[in-house]
Design a protein around this ligand. Structure first.
Ligand SMILES: Nc1ncnc2c1ncn2[C@@H]1O[C@H](COP(=O)(O)O)[C@@H](O)[C@H]1OP(=O)(O)O
Ligand SMILES: [Mg+2]
Ligand SMILES: [Mg+2]
Ligand SMILES: [Mg+2]
Length: 349
């Protein structure tokens, strides 16, 4: 109700971007992958840029006037010498997506595309409304041919009020430890949630919408947990200690990106553990959409039990890590996390 128009626009923008990403992933060339300028080694592809340009353009068409977007990518590298060819490829991809949709009847120039990418420079904060976008969350998974998500959320006065997670490679049926990728299954899901109205999953073409719910499992022995595929992103040894203390029997399900929140929101597993290495600062676009999608039955906190605060700009200010589970399991999980962190902090004999 309150955010109907925003939700419809977000679903449209994320679906179009997901289609663009799918096309690029199918034909991925090494030359499409660039490393970000020295700051870190995370890859960025034509699809990250194309997705950001497309979502930014669609949202600005739907909401002319006041517009604020906090997004991961910028055009600095693209504007450098030698970036011209890649900008042309991105522009072509964006225009092909807009033409296939047919709603806007425009063709963007390269400069329009660069401007659309750069309109994601807002800092967010506790006042007003801000869109929050990760155009491809899990770029490493995307490049590997695995899981990734287009993650879009809306902040209103510092709170996440809606979120859309498009997961082009997530099987429609439940994934498990034994079948994390299910190559024979149909893939491509989109999750959406609006504050107080539950979470829904549909196919990427918008059909077959169903209401979903986080698993209500209460016995940790029956619970399985998600964590990053990349051990550089989240400490696998710490999660395994937590799982052991909790009594979880199943092996971890390792997947890239906020797809983990999507899978959790429909009950594929009951726990998500994320413990980045020291010094890593979490960004709001890596958790905004995911965190609202799991609120139908789920709880998201940092390792100190505090709710995530999206009102402080583009970084999340949090203690040690992020944990997600259902309301019943959370107290047990929280105890296991505290005990494991204390054990790891003890000097080794
Ligand atoms: N060193 C890092 N530690 C933790 N997370 C990272 C690191 N580098 C990038 N990320 C981001 O973490 C998320 C991936 O986490 P996961 O390992 O759960 O898939 C992505 O948002 C990824 O960015 P990106 O959006 O560029 O892919
Ligand atoms: Mg990145
Ligand atoms: Mg990300
Ligand atoms: Mg990203």
């Amino acid at each position: 109700m309150a955010y109907d128009k925003e939700l419809a626009a977000a679903i449209k923008a994320a679906s179009l971007a997901a289609r663009l990403c799918r096309k690029v992933q199918k034909a991925l060339l090494q030359s499409d992958v660039r490393s970000k300028h020295g700051r870190n080694k995370s890859p960025v592809t034509v699809a990250d840029y194309g997705s950001q340009a497309l979502v930014s353009f669609v949202l600005q068409q739907e909401f002319p006037g006041e517009f604020s977007l906090v997004a991961e990518e910028d055009s600095i590298d693209l504007r450098k010498d030698g970036g011209g060819e890649i900008v042309e490829r991105i522009t072509k991809l964006v225009n092909e997506s807009l033409t296939s949709d047919g709603s806007y009847g425009v063709s963007l120039s390269s400069e329009d595309v660069l401007k659309a990418i750069d309109s994601g420079k807002s800092e967010g904060g506790s006042q007003g409304r801000h869109w929050v976008l990760d155009p491809i969350d899990g770029t490493k998974g995307f490049v590997r041919g695995d899981q990734y998500a287009v993650a879009l959320a809306l902040l209103d006065r510092g709170n996440v009020v809606l979120g859309v997670l498009a997961c082009p490679n997530l099987p429609l049926t439940s994934i498990s430890v034994a079948h994390p990728h299910s190559p024979n299954n149909e893939v491509g899901c989109l999750f959406f949630a609006e504050v107080g109205r539950g979470t829904y999953m549909q196919l990427l073409d918008g059909s077959s919408t169903v209401k979903v719910q986080v698993s209500a499992v209460e016995n940790p022995e029956e619970a399985s947990f998600f964590e990053s595929y990349e051990s550089a992103h989240s400490m696998h040894d710490l999660s395994s200690l937590i799982a052991q203390k909790l009594g979880v029997k199943a092996a971890p399900i390792r997947m890239d990106s906020q797809v983990k929140y999507g899978a959790l929101s429909r009950g594929d597993g009951a726990i998500y553990l994320r413990f980045p290495r020291n010094g890593y600062r979490e960004k709001i676009w890596d958790h905004a959409a995911g965190s609202i999608v799991v609120t139908a039955g789920g709880v998201v906190t940092d390792a100190a039990g505090k709710q995530l605060d999206f009102s402080k700009g583009k970084y999340l200010d949090l203690d040690t890590g992020i944990i997600v589970s259902n309301q019943k399991l959370m107290p047990l999980l929280f105890d296991a996390v505290r005990a494991s962190l204390a054990e790891k902090a003890k000097p080794q004999p």
